[in-house]
Write a protein that binds this ligand. Structure first.
Ligand code: UDP
Ligand code: MG
Length: 348
């Protein structure tokens, strides 16, 4: 794998290809935008993003992944694409989730560097300039580190902190604190992440697992421009569990220690009761302690079974081998998929 860290004028043969084929120029920078019901944010998002990209001045593409939106996100995206051909579109057949949308975006992006960012303007596009500067300085993964969590509610903030601590204790790879999905990845990192075969993808974890030269850039997230967050408490918990289960087997292994911790005192206590019975005779009362012990052990065993069931479910999902997402259509890529009524109408 080459270390393509400094950004790079297109290679001569790429220039020739472009000249010969008359195709769009090869992008240096790809912006990947996952979108689920973000129609109300698009105009402002593209206005700000395009201004920043014009300032940066690198050849670029904007890869929008419509993750099963139910509003008119895709129709509006098409209108933006008619205006700006650097905007490319990927549409899922239904909602597959943000991790799947990021995965699809990274697979479709052609740039030497790929920027992942939210489409609700919580990630200020201006930060991309800092990303590119760090990338030019040799960074291979430049991630935005949140200086404040003021945009999150108090419960979410507390749970997040607790989660990072738990993750740190359980997992072999660490999640850098306060790093979100807003980041720039060099092509080597994108290729490495794309090559990972797992289907349930916890992107933050995968990014930290692959390593490379990582650089943090501080920022304060803005408030969401329009609409509401799609990550309610339940969805966040599921993501959190996905993250832990993908990067740690400790929840599976811990039960032998729990078992040992219960069994050893039980043997000692058993011996104690046997001796006591021999010396003082049979002691009849004990209903309460029996009940507590039975319920406690029953509870521990059920939790253990539940954790095993969770991992088994994940193994089952991987073994079935269903893809992470299904495409309904794409627009702007060399081999576009699916029905494209607007393009076809234009060609006739
Ligand atoms: N998103 C997505 N699929 C989903 C949920 C969210 O592509 O199923 C996108 C969403 O459109 C946005 C980004 O992921 O661009 C972050 O989502 P959101 O703002 O709802 O999350 P939060 O900022 O609260 O973490
Ligand atoms: Mg958001």
């Amino acid at each position: 794998m080459s270390t393509g860290s400094s950004p790079p004028a297109p290679k001569p043969h790429e220039d020739n290809l472009v000249a010969l084929s008359g195709r769009a120029p090869v992008p240096v920078l790809s912006i990947v935008l996952p979108m689920h019901d973000e129609a109300a944010n698009l105009d402002r998002l593209f206005a700000e993003l395009e201004a920043v990209l014009a300032r940066i001045g690198l050849e670029h593409e904007i890869v929008c992944v419509d993750d099963g939106s139910r509003d008119d996100t895709y129709a509006r995206l098409r209108r933006h694409r008619d205006r700006n051909r650097r905007i490319k579109l990927v549409r899922f057949s239904r909602n597959f989730g943000k991790e799947a949308a990021l995965t699809a975006g990274m697979r479709h992006a052609a740039g030497r560097a790929v920027v992942l960012m939210d489409s609700d303007l919580q990630h200020p596009p201006a930060l991309i300039e800092d990303f590119v500067r760090e990338w030019r300085a040799g960074g291979q993964m430049i991630y935005a580190r949140r200086e404040s969590r003021a945009t999150d509610g108090p419960i979410r903030r507390r749970l997040t902190r607790l989660y990072y601590r738990l993750y740190h204790a359980l997992s072999e790879t660490d999640l850098p604190a306060d790093a979100g999905d807003f980041r720039l990845l060099d092509r080597v990192v994108v290729d490495a992440v794309n090559a990972l075969p797992e289907r349930q993808r916890f992107m933050k974890g995968l990014m930290s697992w692959v390593g490379f030269r990582q650089v943090a850039v501080p920022y304060s997230p803005a408030e969401r421009h329009a609409g509401a967050s799609k990550f309610g408490l339940f969805r966040l918990m599921r993501l959190a569990m996905d993250g832990l289960a993908s990067f740690s087997t400790l929840p599976l292994r811990v039960w032998s220690w729990v078992g040992l911790a219960v069994a050893v005192p039980a043997v000692v206590y058993g011996l104690f009761i046997a001796v006591r019975t021999l010396v003082f005779g049979v002691d009849v009362p004990g209903y309460a302690s029996l009940m507590v012990t039975t319920l406690f052990l029953g509870g521990v065993q059920l939790i253990c079974l539940g954790v095993m069931g969770d991992y088994l479910g994940r193994v089952f999902a991987e073994v079935k081998g269903r893809p992470t997402y299904l495409l309904a259509e794409t627009a702007g890529f060399e081999q576009d998929q699916g029905a494209q009524p607007l393009d076809r109408a234009a060609a006739q």
